[in-house]
Design a protein around this ligand. Sequence first.
Ligand code: GDP
Length: 364
Amino acid sequence: MDHIENDDQFHGLRVNKGIGEQPTVNPYLNSFKKYKRKTYSASEYVEGILKGNISILGQAVTLVESSKPEHQVIAQEVIEKCLPYTGNSIRIGITGVPGAGKSTSIDSFGMHILKGNNKLAVLAIDPSSEVTKGSILGDKTRMERLSTEANAFIRPSPSAGSLGGVARKTRETIILCEAAGFNRIIVETVGVGQSETAVHSMVDFFLLIQLAGTGDELQGIKRGIMEMADGIIINKADGTNIEKAKLAQSHFQNALHLFPLPDSGWSPKVLTYSGYYDIGVDEVLNMIDEYIDFVKKSGYFDHRRNSQSRYWMYETINEKLKNNFYNNLKVQQGLKVYEQDVLNSRLSSFAAASKVLDIYFKDL
Ligand code: GDP
């Protein structure tokens, strides 16, 4: 019924009809349901991936990253079927402390790489999520130019699980990307914990991004990382920073002489560049090409990939055994009891460990 004050006897503003309470659920929800993401069979995933369908590739990667057993079954089948189509890429690992310029550099390297008619996948291993449940690599807008390119596939780090688990998922994602026709793969990580070792074990070329410091650049760099690097690049060699960068270059070059020549037989180079201003980027990419030529001729390229495959076989066994062990209910109960015995000095650590292991093996 119309409001009484809307009668002609009243003058002035009119009173509008109110609206009833809105439903809390969108009444059109049902019509959206048909747009729900389709689930595919393993062969459909493989078919889509081999055709280079990015949306299906992305969904397959999500399955790889999932910890649900039913997802893992399909994911493993997809990986298995994609394997024959993989291996034809150059895999580059990039590491550097936060702020070294990894995103900026990858954006710039990536744009150069795409000019050569390549398809580039950028993956990340971010171990910070394990400890802090936050992310060092993922929380900002990254690689702005690259992220709009059709031939680039950018995927943030898988988040859940141990470093070993995250790294295995990334390695499996490399397989899917290669099957989808990506012939350049960049795996990025921050210089935290053991993540460099994980990345090193899945790439052909390992690149360390450094900044020119105050003259004692070499301080604070883990020796192991220098030894792993196939190339060291000093970023932000622009403006007033050029001289400092050149100085850092010679420091690093001298420091590298102190290490024995790596198994590859390649002497790691040190270059300066500016990812932001796009100076010296071609030289960095040429260095990588030169290395790949060198190790392909010497046979080291295949040798490294074979040892990586072996490494990942054992890593996967170790990880699955460990999960199986700690997920065992009897083991969990035993751990509680024997841990107390150790803390109260009733049992030695070794005796307690043996007892828990016995529980596990008897339960098999
Ligand atoms: P990330 O944390 O290693 O990924 O580093 P970012 O790529 O986010 O870069 C950190 C900061 O350094 C940003 O403010 C960039 O703009 C800046 N930066 C990156 N590359 C360069 C460079 O080549 N020259 C200069 N002057 N600044 C740079």
